[in-house]
Structures are given as structure tokens and as C-alpha cells.
Design a binder for this molecule. Structure first.
Ligand SMILES: [Zn+2]
Length: 416
């Protein structure tokens, strides 16, 4: 009897499961542990969708194996019958088992460990440690996140949200993401970037949209149109990092124009220096390396228009750091300066900013936690660039919900 209890503990199947035998079995060149198990009488023949007790339909595909956590260095499996049942509501489905999610070839303990590791370690580490492919990891994460999402309402108690669009598949496809400013969590994401996509979010939110006080986004008209319609009471803001990104693009445009001009007039060594200056100009000054500081000093000394563009970008960033009345004053000064800067990209940017001025003033007055939305935005961009790729937008969304949405399971067998 005590040996059975030891095995139950080791295999993490203490509830709803009977162990019939445990054996070392040869599987190709490898020896693996196979534990033959069955559900307890109470857990037998239940629907895997609703857990209701049902009539047995047939034997399904016979005995099946579920990979579970390794025992030391040895791979381990649970093996059991997988009969099908006939549920009044869900029709013919495979019977539920306590140790695994429906449709999984891995146990819950294995899947939860895999998801937890994916949120905390590199994908290649996870795949190597668990001896599974990256494709399997994404399938597991998708299942775990769907399971957790079904148990917690991500859209509860939202007050201040950020709406963002993220490109993936090299800019061919987009996701619309909703972030909670107060917790920093990603609370909703769906493929697409249009009014219909965002309408689905507001449909799911229902009457809770009346509780929204602030909504931030980039300048996309489709977002603001839907928000004005579905949450008219909410104060709409522009996320500062998007506005600063416009200024960064404008600096890059000024630099590229100058570089082309130098190259055309045969000043190749000056052109080369300028080409290498890109990051010095675009990075946050706090993050500059010593070499980049030197590059910037050289631009300040002999490249007046480009240095003016750089200062314009940095002052725009400063408006959002200062915020409030002082931020508004700084922004008014910035607009005047940009308009007479004789830098085409910045006179254009001044016009864009003037057009969005009411929303930008809201941003300055209400000071939403830009850092969190930006961090989530940056993280999602990194996810979309991962070399492994995602076979579907759903897999990418599941990965984002795991790492930024708080839908990460605890490690099995640990007290919460
Ligand atoms: Zn059912």
C-alpha cells in the first residue's frame, strides 16, 4: 500500500486516480517509466467539457499514453483507457481524466511546468529541458492559457485602458491589444486592426464600458471612432511613446536626407560618419554609450540641422516627462520651434501634433502610466520577432497572455 502512495505522490496523481502498476518499459533505444492508471469510480465516464456523468459510448482509440514530468532523468508516462462518452449537451466526446486536459497528450503537471518555464526561460531552454519541440510548447501554452482564461474574468474592474496595434508576420498581420493601465496587464487581444475587431472587445466588456474613465491609444482614427461611440464618457489620450516615436522617425528622415545629399556631392567620409550615427541620434540619451555620446557631440559641433532635429525630438520627450501645465507650456513652445525649424519632417510633425492636440493635452493632464503600456508594447514586439515563429495568431496571443496577461500557472506541487 505504501508503495502506491509513493508513486501517486511522485506522479502527481493524488486525486481521482487509481494506479494499477508501474513498470520500466523499453521505448526505442530508451527505457521509460509507464504507470498504468484509471480514474476512480467517482471520476469515471464524465464529459471532458462539462464534467457531467454520461453513458459510455465506445472504447475510443483504446489505451493511450500521456507524457508526465520526468522521474529523475527518466521520461515517464501515464497509460490508461480513453473511452468516449455521450453527453446530452456536448455529444460524443472523450471521457475526462483527472490528470490531463481534454485533447492533451501531456499531463496537467507537465503542461503547467512547461507553461511556467516558457514564461521564465528562453524557448530553446524549455524545449531542450523538457525534450519537446517548439511547436509542442506553443500548443501546450495555448491550452494552458485557454484553461486559465476560462476561470478568471480578465475584463473585470477595468477603469483606465490602453489600446494598441501590434504588427506581426513582418508587418503583414496585426493584433489589437488592450492593456490595463492600473495593473500593467494585457487583458485582451485579437487578430485584426479595424473597427469590427475593437467592437468585439466592447461587446465582451458589455455595460462595464461605462466604468471606463480613460482610454489611451495611438492616433489611429478607427480606435478613437469606436471608443467615442462605445465609451463616450472616457477621456481619450494619446500614448506618449507613439508621439515620441513619430519624432524619432522625423530625426531619421532628416539624417537620411543629409546622408543622401553628402553622398551625391562626393563627401563620402562625412556620409559614412553620418551613417554610423543612427543609434546615437535615435536612442534615449540615458542609454547612450560613450562612443555614441562622442558621435552626438561631433554632430552638435558641425551639423546644425541634424542636431536641431535631435534637440526637437528630445524636447518633445521632455514635454511628456514634465506633464501638466508645465508640459502644455513646453509643448506650445515646441510647436512654435518645430514650425520654424526649416526641417520638412518636423514642420509636418508639428501639423500632425497640432491636429491631435486635444488628445495630447489630455495625456499631459492625466499622466497615464505610459511606462507599462510601452513595456507591454515592447515585449509583444519582441515576441513577434522570435525566430521560432508562431503557426497562428492564437498561439502568439496565448504566449502574450502567458507573459503579460498574468495567465501563468503556478508550478505543480508547490504551495501557492
Ligand atoms: Zn458535456
Amino acid at each position: 500500500m505504501s508503495a502506491v502512495r509513493v508513486w501517486k505522490r511522485l506522479l502527481g496523481v493524488e486525486r481521482g486516480t487509481v494506479i494499477e502498476s508501474v513498470e520500466l518499459v523499453t521505448d526505442g533505444a530508451e527505457q521509460v517509466v509507464v504507470a498504468r492508471v484509471r480514474p476512480t469510480r467517482r471520476q469515471r465516464l464524465r464529459c471532458s467539457r462539462c464534467a457531467r456523468r454520461c453513458r459510455r459510448y465506445d472504447g475510443g482509440h483504446g489505451r493511450r499514453r500521456w507524457r508526465t514530468l520526468d522521474l529523475g532523468t527518466v521520461r515517464a508516462f501515464l497509460e490508461a483507457e480513453a473511452p468516449r462518452v455521450s453527453c446530452r449537451e456536448h455529444g460524443v466526446v472523450v471521457a475526462a481524466v483527472a490528470w490531463a486536459r481534454p485533447g492533451a497528450r501531456f499531463t496537467r503537471a507537465f503542461e503547467d511546468t512547461c507553461a511556467w518555464l516558457t514564461a521564465h526561460a528562453s524557448a530553446s531552454t524549455v524545449a531542450q529541458l523538457l525534450r519537446v519541440t517548439w511547436r509542442t510548447v506553443t500548443a501546450i501554452v495555448t491550452r494552458v492559457v485557454a484553461d486559465l482564461a476560462g476561470r478568471v474574468d480578465q475584463l473585470d474592474r477595468l477603469r483606465r485602458i490602453g489600446i494598441d496595434e501590434i504588427a506581426h508576420r513582418k508587418g503583414q498581420r496585426y493584433l489589437t491589444c488592450v492593456i490595463d493601465h492600473d495593473t500593467g496587464r494585457l487583458v485582451w487581444a485579437a487578430p485584426g486592426r479595424d473597427m469590427a475587431t475593437l467592437d468585439v472587445f466592447f461587446d465582451e466588456l458589455g455595460s462595464r464600458s461605462e466604468a471606463l474613465t480613460h482610454v489611451s491609444a495611438d492616433a489611429a482614427d478607427w480606435i478613437h471612432t469606436v471608443v467615442a461611440d462605445r465609451a463616450p464618457q472616457a477621456i481619450r489620450c494619446l500614448d506618449p511613446f507613439h508621439v515620441v516615436a513619430w519624432a524619432t522617425d522625423a530625426v531619421d528622415e532628416v539624417r537620411r536626407e543629409m546622408w543622401n545629399r553628402l553622398r551625391r556631392t562626393g563627401k563620402t567620409s562625412q556620409a559614412k560618419t553620418l551613417k554610423g550615427s543612427r543609434w546615437a541620434l535615435l536612442k534615449n540619451p540615458r542609454d547612450l554609450t560613450t562612443a555614441q555620446r562622442t558621435t552626438l557631440a561631433a554632430i552638435a559641433a558641425d551639423n546644425t540641422p541634424l542636431y536641431r532635429a535631435y534637440l526637437l525630438k528630445e524636447q518633445l520627450r521632455a514635454c511628456f516627462a514634465v506633464k501638466g501645465v508645465d508640459g502644455r507650456r513646453l509643448l506650445a513652445g515646441w510647436l512654435a520651434w518645430a514650425r520654424r525649424s526649416r526641417l520638412a519632417p518636423f514642420t509636418k510633425l508639428a501639423a500632425t501634433i497640432a491636429r491631435h492636440l486635444p488628445l495630447i493635452r489630455n495625456t499631459l493632464d492625466h499622466g497615464l502610466s505610459n511606462a507599462r503600456v510601452e513595456a507591454t508594447n515592447t515585449h509583444l514586439r519582441v515576441l513577434t520577432r522570435r525566430a521560432y515563429g508562431y503557426h497562428s495568431p492564437e498561439a502568439l496571443i496565448a504566449m502574450a497572455m502567458l507573459t503579460r496577461g498574468g495567465l501563468c500557472p503556478p508550478l505543480p506541487g508547490r504551495a501557492a
